[in-house]
Design a protein around this ligand. Structure first.
Ligand SMILES: [Zn+2]
Length: 343
């Protein structure tokens, strides 16, 4: 193992924790799902490798402390899925592992759009999808799984890149109406309600973090819109749970969703740190409003992959590859990266 890659510890990102199920046949977002058994075995494996599961506060303290060489791992769950309570919480409690849930409050209020799942549900049932391509409408066939996958990729590009965040939400609502998908029902089905969150938050193992209200890609918003949506998320958490979060996770968290402006805005809210989803280990000297995380990916639920994560070795390789593609600037130590002109 090359010690320079391993940093002081790592922060895991999770979304859904749920048993394998045949309930939905078309799941292009299956990379966001891990089983409770994999979560359980990963916690055991990481502990056996000598890392200690700690809170984000303790992780930040150890990262800054030159003298501290006790390696750590942090568990974070984005968005506020109900399966976190049903399937992850029993595992976390058994291991006495602290964890942070970053809550997008508009999902809990059932007013914001979980558009990537709505699109899955639309395509699962649809035989075709009408979408604009340039100036004209095209009808994409979506009968077979391959056709559905191709249409999903095209629709994500269209919704997440070709239009504003506000237009994206109007468009997914229009499509949901046309294809009979109930947006409010989807949030009700998938996301914790306020009473469930309140119960969960009573456990000292639980930390509630901020994740904005509407889960918009901050880098694609004007500064006022950014501030308003972050503030609304904070206001709702304060009103419903009496909590003022000290940690923030950027919605999506990837390069196109987090730029220097958004990190400055988040910094101005006085959070102790903010987390992206750019892969990397925790090392001293990182920008605390653009910290890296490592996603426990549903397509790679294997101890071999987890053992690689713990070494930190895959991430400099990943960033070198990205650098070669000229997407990123690069720190000298190869551990952290940031987009050009960005954080
Ligand atoms: Zn999220």
């Amino acid at each position: 193992m090359a010690p320079w890659t391993q940093g002081k510890g790592l922060i895991f990102t999770l979304h859904n924790v749920l048993p394998d199920s045949e309930a939905h046949k078309f799941r292009p977002n299956a990379h966001l799902d891990v089983t409770p058994e994999f979560l359980d075995s990963t916690i055991t494996q990481v502990k056996q490798a000598g890392l200690e599961f700690v809170s984000l506060d303790e992780a930040m303290r150890r990262t800054q402390d030159e003298q501290c060489d006790r390696r750590f791992a942090v568990l974070t769950f984005d968005d506020g899925y109900r399966n976190n309570l049903v399937h992850a919480y029993p595992v976390l409690k058994r291991h006495r592992a602290p964890f942070t849930i970053f809550v997008a409050t508009g999902f809990v209020d059932r007013t914001s759009e979980i558009w990537w799942v709505a699109l899955e549900r639309i395509l699962e049932k649809a035989d075709y999808l009408d979408m604009p391509l340039g100036a004209r409408m095209v009808r994409l066939p979506t009968r077979t799984k391959a056709e559905k996958c191709a249409a999903y990729k095209r629709a994500v590009l269209w919704l997440a890149h070709d239009m504003s965040e506000a237009a994206q939400r109007l468009e997914i609502r229009r499509m949901a109406r046309a294809y009979g998908v109930d947006m409010e029902g989807l949030a009700e089905e998938l996301i914790l309600d306020w009473a469930e969150l309140s119960g969960l938050a009573e456990d000292p193992l639980t930390e509630i973090g901020a994740h904005t209200h509407d889960h918009l890609a901050l880098a694609r918003l004007g500064e006022d819109e950014m501030r308003e949506n972050v503030q609304l998320g904070l206001d709702r958490l304060k009103a419903e749970l009496g909590i003022s979060p000290r940690h923030f996770a950027y919605p999506y968290g990837y390069e196109a969703a987090v730029d220097r402006r958004s990190a400055e805005v988040i910094g101005s809210f006085g959070f102790d740190c903010a987390l992206t989803t750019r892969p990397g280990m925790m090392t001293k000297g990182l920008q605390k409003f653009a910290l890296p995380r490592i996603s426990l990916n549903g397509h790679f639920q294997s101890p071999t992959v987890v053992s690689q994560y713990i070494t930190g070795a895959p991430f400099p390789i990943y960033h070198a590859w990205r650098k070669a593609k000229d997407h990123l600037t690069f720190r000298d130590d190869g551990v952290a990266s940031a987009p050009r002109e960005a954080v």
